[in-house]
Design a protein around this ligand. Structure first.
Ligand code: GLN
Length: 260
């Protein structure tokens, strides 16, 4: 039952360490008698891997920013690009008591990573999906973050005018016809896809942001590598100013922000 694919072998080693607290190489060399429970865990791993399930879902764990988040197939696996977005916001040094909303909170990785390292801010996480909110709530507890509040709403629908100092969102932005979807078949479709162009959610959120942002408030999007020009245009059409784009570690335009 030993995996022979090199990439799986690396994940297998990791899995054995995490789940069984053992060293896979030592097991291989010493060939000890494994308990039934250990054998079941190994079989489960190989079975899931055989179906192409990502390791983070198998382990129910994902490293993001400075913490480890609970994940399952109700939410997207946090992406390394998103850490740049969190880092950028955490370096803004916002005024104490500022209100931030993570629109489309998913696992909570963005909102929680802001709230945890800025205990004087009030961070809200909104999602229309109860499944996502359930996972975000697990992470709020797991990481013991007090200043993070979950809300069930469709984007920014249920908020009063001029409520937030900053809106951050990594909304679904893949077009229905994008061939990459095949590689993402284990992740929730609704968290990935937005209409035919992938831009619908950006248009909607930008429009709603006009109402709910305070004067001088900031709107901050993470988006696809080829969407920055379209998003700048959407922001410009809605009279946002100081619009700029931040690049990811592969020098791709990944974050676009603007002020109201
Ligand atoms: N904000 C969450 C994340 O970045 C969810 C994103 C999504 O579901 N599109 O992981």
């Amino acid at each position: 039952m030993w995996p022979n694919d090199e990439c799986i072998l690396e994940e297998f080693n990791f899995f054995i360490k995490e789940k069984l607290g053992k060293d896979a190489i030592a097991i291989f060399i010493d060939n000890p008698i494994l308990s039934n429970k250990d054998i079941k865990e190994i079989e489960y791993f190989l079975n899931q891997k055989g179906k192409g399930v990502p390791i983070d879902y198998i382990l129910n764990e994902s490293s993001f920013y400075r913490d480890s988040f609970y994940v399952d197939n109700r939410v997207l696996i946090p992406r390394p690009e998103t850490e740049i977005l969190v880092d950028f916001i955490n370096n803004l040094k916002l005024k104490p008591e500022s209100k931030i909303i993570d629109a489309g909170v998913g696992s909570g990785c963005i909102g929680i990573s802001i709230a945890k390292y800025n205990p004087d801010l009030n961070v809200y996480g909104a999602d229309y999906s109860y499944d996502a909110l359930t996972v975000a709530q697990i992470n709020k507890k797991k990481l013991r973050v007090e200043n993070f509040y979950l809300i069930n709403t469709n984007w920014l629908n249920s908020f009063n005018k001029k409520t937030f100092d900053l809106i951050v969102s990594n909304p679904p932005y893949i077009s229905k016809s994008d061939p990459h979807l095949e590689d993402l078949k284990h992740e929730p479709y609704d968290a990935l896809v937005s209409g035919t162009e992938g831009l619908e959610n950006f248009k909607l959120i930008t429009n709603q942001a006009l109402e709910v942002l305070k004067d001088d408030g900031l709107l901050c999007f993470e988006h696809g590598y080829d969407q920055s020009e379209s998003i700048k245009e959407i922001m410009m059409m809605n009279n946002f100013k100081d619009i700029r784009t931040i690049f990811d570690n592969q020098s791709l335009p990944r974050i676009t922000l603007g002020k109201i």
